[in-house]
Design a protein around this ligand. Sequence first.
Ligand SMILES: Nc1ncnc2c1ncn2[C@@H]1O[C@H](COP(=O)(O)OP(=O)(O)OP(=O)(O)O)[C@@H](O)[C@H]1O
Length: 227
Amino acid sequence: MQMLETKNLGFWYQNPADTLFKDVNLKFEAGKMYAILGKSGSGKTTFLSLISGLDSAKEGEILYNDTSLAKIGLTKFRKHNLAIVFQAYNLFTYMSAYQNVDSALEISGVKKDNQREFITESLKSVGITEDLQHKKVSQLSGGQQQRVAIVRAMVTGADIIVADEPTGNLDEETGREIINLFEKIAHEQKKIVILVTHDLDIAKRSDVTYELRDKVFHKRVKEVTQA
Ligand SMILES: Nc1ncnc2c1ncn2[C@@H]1O[C@H](COP(=O)(O)OP(=O)(O)OP(=O)(O)O)[C@@H](O)[C@H]1O
Protein backbone atom coordinates (compact mmCIF):
# COMPACT_ATOMS: atom_id res chain seq x y z
CA MET A 1 0.00 0.00 0.00
CA GLN A 2 1.20 3.52 -0.85
CA MET A 3 2.25 5.47 2.19
CA LEU A 4 3.68 8.88 2.91
CA GLU A 5 5.26 9.37 6.29
CA THR A 6 7.10 12.08 8.18
CA LYS A 7 9.86 11.09 10.58
CA ASN A 8 10.86 13.57 13.28
CA LEU A 9 10.14 16.35 10.83
CA GLY A 10 11.06 19.86 11.91
CA PHE A 11 11.03 23.17 10.09
CA TRP A 12 11.75 26.89 10.56
CA TYR A 13 12.38 29.63 8.04
CA GLN A 14 15.29 31.85 9.13
CA ASN A 15 15.82 31.26 12.80
CA PRO A 16 15.89 27.78 14.39
CA ALA A 17 14.46 29.35 17.54
CA ASP A 18 11.31 30.19 15.54
CA THR A 19 10.47 26.60 14.77
CA LEU A 20 7.06 26.12 13.17
CA PHE A 21 6.84 22.45 14.12
CA LYS A 22 9.19 19.84 15.48
CA ASP A 23 9.38 16.04 15.87
CA VAL A 24 6.42 15.52 13.58
CA ASN A 25 5.59 11.85 12.95
CA LEU A 26 2.54 11.49 10.74
CA LYS A 27 1.32 8.80 8.39
CA PHE A 28 -0.77 9.19 5.26
CA GLU A 29 -2.17 5.97 3.76
CA ALA A 30 -3.74 5.19 0.41
CA GLY A 31 -7.54 5.12 0.41
CA LYS A 32 -7.97 7.85 3.02
CA MET A 33 -8.77 11.54 2.99
CA TYR A 34 -6.76 13.65 5.43
CA ALA A 35 -7.31 17.21 6.63
CA ILE A 36 -4.51 19.42 7.91
CA LEU A 37 -6.23 21.91 10.16
CA GLY A 38 -4.84 24.91 11.99
CA LYS A 39 -5.11 28.63 12.55
CA SER A 40 -3.83 31.13 10.03
CA GLY A 41 -0.05 31.35 10.25
CA SER A 42 0.35 28.07 12.13
CA GLY A 43 2.36 26.53 9.30
CA LYS A 44 -0.12 24.41 7.31
CA THR A 45 1.02 25.59 3.90
CA THR A 46 4.64 25.21 4.93
CA PHE A 47 3.97 21.62 5.98
CA LEU A 48 2.22 20.97 2.68
CA SER A 49 5.16 22.37 0.73
CA LEU A 50 7.48 19.94 2.55
CA ILE A 51 5.39 16.85 1.89
CA SER A 52 4.95 18.06 -1.70
CA GLY A 53 8.70 18.19 -2.21
CA LEU A 54 8.67 21.94 -2.84
CA ASP A 55 10.99 22.63 0.07
CA SER A 56 13.40 20.53 2.14
CA ALA A 57 13.05 19.54 5.77
CA LYS A 58 15.34 21.25 8.27
CA GLU A 59 15.17 18.26 10.60
CA GLY A 60 14.03 14.71 10.07
CA GLU A 61 12.76 13.33 6.79
CA ILE A 62 9.76 12.43 4.68
CA LEU A 63 9.40 8.90 3.34
CA TYR A 64 7.35 7.74 0.40
CA ASN A 65 6.94 3.97 0.49
CA ASP A 66 9.89 3.80 2.88
CA THR A 67 12.28 5.81 0.70
CA SER A 68 13.16 9.36 1.64
CA LEU A 69 12.09 12.13 -0.73
CA ALA A 70 15.69 13.36 -0.68
CA LYS A 71 16.77 9.99 -2.09
CA ILE A 72 13.95 9.79 -4.65
CA GLY A 73 14.74 13.37 -5.69
CA LEU A 74 12.24 16.15 -5.10
CA THR A 75 11.72 16.91 -8.78
CA LYS A 76 11.17 13.28 -9.67
CA PHE A 77 8.78 12.84 -6.73
CA ARG A 78 6.75 15.88 -7.77
CA LYS A 79 6.61 14.78 -11.38
CA HIS A 80 5.63 11.15 -10.85
CA ASN A 81 4.04 10.68 -7.47
CA LEU A 82 2.22 13.81 -6.45
CA ALA A 83 -0.21 16.36 -7.84
CA ILE A 84 -1.25 19.66 -6.28
CA VAL A 85 -4.61 21.42 -6.44
CA PHE A 86 -4.57 25.10 -5.45
CA GLN A 87 -7.17 27.44 -4.01
CA ALA A 88 -6.90 29.66 -7.08
CA TYR A 89 -7.12 26.66 -9.48
CA ASN A 90 -3.86 27.62 -11.31
CA LEU A 91 -5.14 26.63 -14.72
CA PHE A 92 -4.03 28.07 -18.05
CA THR A 93 -6.96 30.48 -18.34
CA TYR A 94 -6.44 31.17 -22.06
CA MET A 95 -6.83 27.47 -22.83
CA SER A 96 -9.95 25.33 -22.79
CA ALA A 97 -10.64 22.77 -20.07
CA TYR A 98 -9.75 20.04 -22.56
CA GLN A 99 -6.43 21.69 -23.44
CA ASN A 100 -5.59 22.11 -19.77
CA VAL A 101 -5.94 18.38 -19.17
CA ASP A 102 -4.10 17.59 -22.38
CA SER A 103 -1.18 19.79 -21.32
CA ALA A 104 -1.06 18.10 -17.90
CA LEU A 105 -0.59 14.76 -19.65
CA GLU A 106 2.12 16.22 -21.83
CA ILE A 107 3.97 17.86 -18.93
CA SER A 108 3.95 14.67 -16.90
CA GLY A 109 4.90 12.55 -19.91
CA VAL A 110 1.80 10.35 -19.68
CA LYS A 111 0.61 8.79 -22.91
CA LYS A 112 -2.87 7.31 -23.32
CA ASP A 113 -4.00 5.13 -26.21
CA ASN A 114 -7.28 6.89 -26.75
CA GLN A 115 -6.13 10.21 -25.43
CA ARG A 116 -9.01 12.27 -26.81
CA GLU A 117 -11.64 9.96 -25.39
CA PHE A 118 -9.75 9.60 -22.12
CA ILE A 119 -9.68 13.37 -21.59
CA THR A 120 -13.31 13.82 -22.61
CA GLU A 121 -14.51 11.03 -20.32
CA SER A 122 -12.35 12.19 -17.39
CA LEU A 123 -13.84 15.68 -17.59
CA LYS A 124 -17.36 14.32 -18.02
CA SER A 125 -16.93 12.17 -14.91
CA VAL A 126 -16.68 15.33 -12.79
CA GLY A 127 -19.57 17.04 -14.54
CA ILE A 128 -17.71 19.07 -17.18
CA THR A 129 -19.87 18.43 -20.24
CA GLU A 130 -18.40 18.33 -23.74
CA ASP A 131 -19.88 21.74 -24.34
CA LEU A 132 -17.95 23.20 -21.41
CA GLN A 133 -14.78 21.30 -22.22
CA HIS A 134 -14.05 23.45 -25.22
CA LYS A 135 -14.74 26.80 -23.64
CA LYS A 136 -11.87 28.89 -22.35
CA VAL A 137 -11.35 28.16 -18.68
CA SER A 138 -11.78 31.87 -17.88
CA GLN A 139 -15.41 31.49 -18.96
CA LEU A 140 -16.11 28.71 -16.44
CA SER A 141 -17.37 29.18 -12.88
CA GLY A 142 -15.04 28.74 -9.90
CA GLY A 143 -16.48 25.33 -9.09
CA GLN A 144 -16.12 24.21 -12.70
CA GLN A 145 -12.52 25.45 -12.79
CA GLN A 146 -11.72 23.56 -9.61
CA ARG A 147 -13.16 20.38 -11.18
CA VAL A 148 -10.86 20.87 -14.17
CA ALA A 149 -7.93 21.37 -11.77
CA ILE A 150 -8.82 18.10 -10.02
CA VAL A 151 -8.95 16.24 -13.35
CA ARG A 152 -5.57 17.75 -14.22
CA ALA A 153 -4.21 16.35 -10.97
CA MET A 154 -5.84 12.95 -11.48
CA VAL A 155 -4.84 12.15 -15.04
CA THR A 156 -1.12 12.26 -14.30
CA GLY A 157 -1.55 9.02 -12.35
CA ALA A 158 -0.10 10.50 -9.15
CA ASP A 159 -0.81 8.48 -6.00
CA ILE A 160 -0.83 11.52 -3.75
CA ILE A 161 -3.18 14.44 -4.28
CA VAL A 162 -2.61 17.45 -2.07
CA ALA A 163 -4.78 20.53 -2.06
CA ASP A 164 -4.32 23.87 -0.32
CA GLU A 165 -7.67 25.38 0.70
CA PRO A 166 -9.34 23.90 -2.39
CA THR A 167 -12.75 25.29 -1.47
CA GLY A 168 -11.52 28.67 -0.27
CA ASN A 169 -12.95 30.55 -3.24
CA LEU A 170 -16.20 28.61 -3.51
CA ASP A 171 -19.63 28.88 -1.93
CA GLU A 172 -20.65 26.28 0.64
CA GLU A 173 -22.66 24.05 -1.67
CA THR A 174 -20.02 24.00 -4.44
CA GLY A 175 -17.33 23.45 -1.82
CA ARG A 176 -19.20 20.38 -0.56
CA GLU A 177 -19.35 18.97 -4.08
CA ILE A 178 -15.63 19.46 -4.51
CA ILE A 179 -14.97 17.66 -1.22
CA ASN A 180 -17.24 14.82 -2.46
CA LEU A 181 -14.90 14.49 -5.42
CA PHE A 182 -11.80 14.35 -3.23
CA GLU A 183 -13.51 11.76 -1.07
CA LYS A 184 -14.23 9.59 -4.10
CA ILE A 185 -10.63 9.92 -5.26
CA ALA A 186 -9.46 8.68 -1.88
CA HIS A 187 -12.01 5.95 -1.26
CA GLU A 188 -12.66 4.61 -4.77
CA GLN A 189 -9.39 5.27 -6.54
CA LYS A 190 -7.37 4.52 -3.40
CA LYS A 191 -5.24 7.63 -3.54
CA ILE A 192 -3.72 9.50 -0.63
CA VAL A 193 -5.68 12.76 -0.43
CA ILE A 194 -4.39 15.55 1.81
CA LEU A 195 -6.38 18.76 2.18
CA VAL A 196 -5.11 21.84 3.96
CA THR A 197 -8.00 23.78 5.37
CA HIS A 198 -9.25 25.88 8.22
CA ASP A 199 -12.78 24.73 7.54
CA LEU A 200 -14.02 22.52 10.37
CA ASP A 201 -16.70 20.95 8.18
CA ILE A 202 -14.08 19.66 5.77
CA ALA A 203 -12.07 18.33 8.68
CA LYS A 204 -15.15 16.51 9.98
CA ARG A 205 -15.63 14.77 6.66
CA SER A 206 -12.03 13.60 6.46
CA ASP A 207 -11.02 10.16 7.67
CA VAL A 208 -8.19 11.61 9.70
CA THR A 209 -7.53 15.17 10.84
CA TYR A 210 -4.14 16.45 11.93
CA GLU A 211 -4.57 19.75 13.68
CA LEU A 212 -1.47 21.91 13.96
CA ARG A 213 -1.68 23.70 17.27
CA ASP A 214 1.19 25.05 19.38
CA LYS A 215 3.75 23.59 16.96
CA VAL A 216 2.39 20.06 17.40
CA PHE A 217 0.02 18.03 15.22
CA HIS A 218 -2.95 16.58 17.10
CA LYS A 219 -4.59 13.55 15.48
CA ARG A 220 -8.34 13.00 15.29
CA VAL A 221 -9.95 10.04 13.60
CA LYS A 222 -13.43 10.37 12.15
CA GLU A 223 -16.14 8.86 14.26
CA VAL A 224 -18.05 6.25 12.35
CA THR A 225 -21.75 6.65 13.06
CA GLN A 226 -23.48 3.37 13.74
CA ALA A 227 -26.39 2.49 11.50
N1 LIG B 1 9.04 32.13 2.78
C1 LIG B 1 8.89 32.47 4.07
N2 LIG B 1 9.88 33.04 4.76
C2 LIG B 1 9.72 33.34 6.07
N3 LIG B 1 8.61 33.13 6.78
C3 LIG B 1 7.58 32.56 6.13
C4 LIG B 1 7.65 32.19 4.75
N4 LIG B 1 6.46 31.64 4.39
C5 LIG B 1 5.68 31.67 5.48
N5 LIG B 1 6.34 32.20 6.54
C6 LIG B 1 5.82 32.36 7.91
O1 LIG B 1 5.65 31.07 8.47
C7 LIG B 1 4.45 30.99 9.23
C8 LIG B 1 3.54 29.88 8.69
O2 LIG B 1 3.07 30.23 7.39
P1 LIG B 1 2.09 29.26 6.56
O3 LIG B 1 1.77 29.95 5.29
O4 LIG B 1 2.71 27.93 6.49
O5 LIG B 1 0.82 29.22 7.53
P2 LIG B 1 -0.65 28.71 7.25
O6 LIG B 1 -1.05 27.94 8.45
O7 LIG B 1 -0.71 28.02 5.95
O8 LIG B 1 -1.46 30.06 7.19
P3 LIG B 1 -2.79 30.47 6.34
O9 LIG B 1 -3.91 29.63 6.89
O10 LIG B 1 -2.95 31.92 6.68
O11 LIG B 1 -2.49 30.22 4.90
C9 LIG B 1 3.82 32.37 9.16
O12 LIG B 1 4.19 33.08 10.33
C10 LIG B 1 4.44 32.99 7.94
O13 LIG B 1 4.53 34.38 8.08
